[in-house]
Design a protein around this ligand. Sequence first.
Ligand code: HEM
Length: 321
Amino acid sequence: MTETGATRRRDQRDGETRDSRETSVRLPGRTTLRTHTSLKSVTREVHPEGCDGSVLLDGSATGPSEKNAPPNLTLRPEAFAIIEDLRRRVHQACGPVVSCSDIVALAARDSVSLSGGPLYGIPLGRRDGLNFATTDQVLNDLPFPQANVSDLLPFFLSRNLSIADMVTLSGGHTIGLSNCSSFRNRLFPNRDPTLNQTFADQLLAICPTNTSTNGTVLDVRTPRQFDNKYYVNLVNREGLFTSDQDLFTDARTRDIVANYAANESFFFEQFPLSMIRMGQIGVLTGTQGEIRTNCSARNNAGRVNMVVPDMDEEETTRATY
Ligand code: HEM
């Protein structure tokens, strides 16, 4: 999974091949709305079982799936359909040699660039897990939008991500949508004093009661554009979730937010690095796990495991696209 000099050289040498493979896993013609789901999926997919595609699995006799755990219910069914559609197309073109987990990572990467953000290479070679996390594990291990920096930090630090990674990855909220349920704690029973009053009025119009089920955009300035305006919102006290706004309230993260708000290029440099670090958490490689032939189900027991018999180690474990 490491991006080595050898891999980079190979990428340059085989530039044509790499480009054609990339094209086959891009999302041409997808709406921006749909691409948001891929970026969010990768975040949910790397926790708590690691980046092994476990969030894509349907439930089984052993219990409900991760996608049925309450925090993941906001993952839209269309995200799972997109990932499965991509898997089908990739496997049709190349055979069953690319894991669902890698496809999620590639879709997230592409959703960033298709929305105007940086395009970057990511290490590939993940394999899909055989198990999914229990509902309790998901509930314990996923960060909540009502969390503040002190709540969120242990979650990131325990996964070898830094405080700066936490701020940088939260910038993923520069695109996408949210339901009132994720931020109503900031309106009811009392207004969160860190909310800009005009912005609070707008949110109240969308979510007039604490049971409203409407939704709104995560980035009030440029909701469909991957840019640094998420951080500009935070500086203006227009972050949507407590977990967003507290990044500017808390002295430990405030300067990083201010830097990104002032310097989009710096954010665009750092975001890929943090995404690559997040994408390496708990990966399965080599002979671990399997390459699923349907992202929502483990391969049949006893079926030949489609590993890539004729691929060399560099290709299976270190390819970078
Ligand atoms: C810091 C911890 C995080 C928390 C607490 C959090 C929480 C949430 C919540 C509650 C939603 C909206 C759910 C809904 O009401 O429908 C959401 C949406 C989203 N999140 Fe996060 N998130 C976090 C980190 C991330 C990261 C690291 C990324 C990507 C790098 C990300 C990308 C997204 C995207 C793209 C959406 C919009 C999805 C859509 O439009 O369907 N989030 N997040």
